[in-house]
Design a binder for this molecule. Structure first.
Ligand SMILES: Nc1ncnc2c1ncn2[C@@H]1O[C@H](COP(=O)(O)OP(=O)(O)OP(=O)(O)O)[C@@H](O)[C@H]1O
Length: 254
């Protein structure tokens, strides 16, 4: 049985149809990367899969007993509220000191245990969030743009850590990334999302596709500056750009 299966799901955010007709299945130990333009529903898909947003249509099935570790795209920290890293790891469930230390050590931030959360750098906070996500020995790690704001060496090191954690814990990984060039080596499957799934495949297939050369050819600086691929279907874009090809939503930076 797959870890998690989505069948033809539709999700609305307020008046916006953020996802429609999305079907996917995640298998044990695989690393799947979701790419897509801004506003294409990537975060919504992550939240739907963890059960944090209601579905308007379709169905999500989780393997019984499935444990998910989730790293959100952003964490809104109230700077007026004192909160050490150690206390943060107790939310929502209290954890023992040894377990907390082991998780922080595994993500390389053991020394931050008594630091204030609000005073951490972006890269440090991501590693603390990852430590919290692995506390329950998840079968599936869901990461929503975990390297946003990190420089390229820090991103590359973070993705190596994710791959090592997958190997050690045997978990599957589903992540959103704009840095396909960085995650490519560690990714088993890539899903291109734009409200619905535009295309998907192994990195080999994606690499061979004209889409990949458009994405990562000269001029993009290796970043996902342009989002283009060949289409054999019409778009009913959730934002109302019916029949607009993906590359019309292209320029969304690195
Ligand atoms: N809380 C909300 N209320 C209303 N609309 C929302 C809300 N959150 C997201 N949306 C809308 O839903 C759509 C999908 O948003 P989502 O955040 O899932 O996209 P994304 O692909 O993760 O974008 P980004 O790359 O910018 O993070 C967008 O049109 C967005 O404006």
């Amino acid at each position: 049985m797959s870890l998690i299966t989505a069948e033809n799901i539709e999700v609305r955010n307020g008046g916006t149809r953020a996802l429609f007709g999305v079907s996917l299945a995640l298998e044990a130990r695989e690393i799947v990367t979701v790419v897509g333009p801004n506003g294409s529903g990537k975060s919504t898909l992550m939240r739907a899969l963890i059960g944090a947003v209601p579905l308007q249509a379709g169905r999500i099935t989780r393997r019984p007993g499935l444990r998910i570790g989730y790293v959100p795209q952003t964490l809104h920290i109230d700077r007026a509220l004192p909160m050490t890293v150690r206390r943060f790891l107790n939310l929502p469930n209290r954890v023992g000191r040894a377990a907390a230390r082991a998780a922080l050590a595994r993500t390389g931030v053991e020394a931050l245990e008594q630091r204030q959360l609000a005073g951490l750098s972006g890269g440090q906070l991501q590693r603390v969030l990852l430590a919290r996500a692995i506390l329950n020995a998840p079968h599936l790690l869901v990461l929503d743009e975990p390297t946003q704001g990190l420089d390229q060496p820090a991103s590359a090191s973070f993705y190596r850590l994710i791959e090592a954690l997958r190997d050690e814990m045997g978990c599957a990984v589903l992540m959103v990334s704009h840095e396909l060039h960085v995650v490519m080596s560690a990714t088993d499957r890539v899903i291109c999302l734009n409200g619905h799934i535009c295309c998907e495949g192994t990195p080999d297939v994606v690499t061979a596709a004209p889409a990949y050369r458009e994405l990562f050819g000269t001029g993009t600086g290796g970043a996902l500056a342009l989002y283009r691929h060949e289409h054999d279907h019409a778009h009913d874009h959730p934002h109302g750009h019916a029949d607009a090809p993906c590359h019309d939503h292209g320029d969304h930076g690195a």
